[in-house]
Design a protein around this ligand. Sequence first.
Ligand code: IMP
Ligand code: MG
Length: 177
Amino acid sequence: MTQTLYSENDLKKVVAELAAAIAADSCGRKLLLLGLLKGCQPFLADLCRELSRHQLVLEVEYLQVSSYVGTASSGQVTISQVLPDSLWPGCDVIVVDDIFDTGLTLKSVVAHLCEKGAEKVRTCVLLRKEGCSRVEMEPDYCGAVIPDAFIVGYGLDYNEQYRELPYIKILAEDEQN
Ligand code: IMP
Ligand code: MG
């Protein structure tokens, strides 16, 4: 049975709150939103639209990152794009991802950016799974905390399916194969 966790309306509210929090902390600074593909896509697009209501200078870039196989983290984070150094001077970077589960992805990406010379890096996730973290860091901005379940929709996939759903649901066992 399908269990919707966040409807389109719920998501709109959560994203608007995140944009307001980011804007309040970023006055006058140029922001580089760095989305982690592919899961960040609908969230990042909506976040940009919400941020456009606030007076900010924004740039958007992407990194391709992967760690999940089926419904479990492999624990191995692969970053398959290297950004040019010229992106960093004068920018506050905000790494944007769909969900913080073990936290290994965000931790690896932040370390990678610091190695590349980024001066200030913050992190923003739509959701965080309760009790799953395997790292000491916490995301700077988090839309909501959810129970430990495998979810899909709004960019989140199961073996590349379900990203197109405009809402987020828990993937039922009979939908996993
Ligand atoms: P972490 O490295 O364990 O924090 O996992 C982060 C990445 O795993 C996210 O960017 C997602 O791509 C993926 N992920 C974690 N939990 C889920 C889920 O419930 N559904 C779909 N993808 C997930
Ligand atoms: Mg991801």
